[in-house]
Write a protein that binds this ligand. Sequence first.
Ligand SMILES: O=C(O)C(=O)C[C@]1(C(=O)O)C=C[C@@H](O)C=C1
Length: 294
Amino acid sequence: MSEPISPTATAQLGVLRQEIDRIDAEMHTLLIERSQIIDRLITVKSTQASGSAFRPGREAAMMRAIAARHHGSLPLDTAEGIWRVIIATFTFLQAPFSVHADVSSGDGPMRDSARFHFGFTVPYLPHPGAAAVIAAVAASAGDVGIFRPDSGTSSGPWWEALTGPGTPKIIARLPFIERRDHPAATPIFVVSKPLADAAVRETVLVAAHVERWRRSAQTQLAPLGAEVIGSAGLRDGLSVLIAMPGTTGLDVLQETLARATGGRADLTEVGSHADRFRLPDAATRPDPALAPTA
Ligand SMILES: O=C(O)C(=O)C[C@]1(C(=O)O)C=C[C@@H](O)C=C1
């Protein structure tokens, strides 16, 4: 049995618990106040008409701001997780949606990512591959789909399903704040019906049909900041998925690819997302001066 604490310590504990109760009540009041702002935002944004309330560029900026101002013994994982639940819940309140997940590489990591980034209020629906996820999102009003960027390229170029007008597009890459030991570290692309004016275009994703490929092409793409992140064979050539800065024009990519491969290159944009943002390892650990010792 633990020793009874002294009357002085009991009194101090009472005062500290009053402080905790005050802070909890203030946080709760602020969350209720936040929900009232969202009620007003729904009218301004006309979310119901567009189908999805998700604004990935705004969310990326908010998550970066949280990481920038974070300090003290509270783990960043906790602060990030709390705000992911707050933002996802308010997104859901504006327009309910489900998360369709590709579980072909295992359900556990995808479920962890879905729960971390979108909370527990949002329904989670597993699918056998990226193509099935994209089809489910295409058939929905405002759902999102998640899969790994390297999802089953051996089973074909899934990004081809994103090339038509009105087809789903990549709208985010998660986690917004990448770091070692992230609690939901699996890199995922988020797809939704096109967000029109709401998409963030720091990184643009392009599907390229080329007649042939040369290994040196990757080197020639590098100065553009462009990178091949997927490739799959087609009957008459190759389909490659390229990530490049939104400031680089499609015409420049086309010229470079044509020169690098010595053949034609047909390009179609299949989405965009906020720039990847990685925290240095030291920034993610709680303040060592405050960390409990063994
Ligand atoms: O800023 C918006 O457009 C919102 O809908 C608000 C909010 C939030 O809760 O902060 C919710 C969903 C969006 O993805 C981004 C932010």
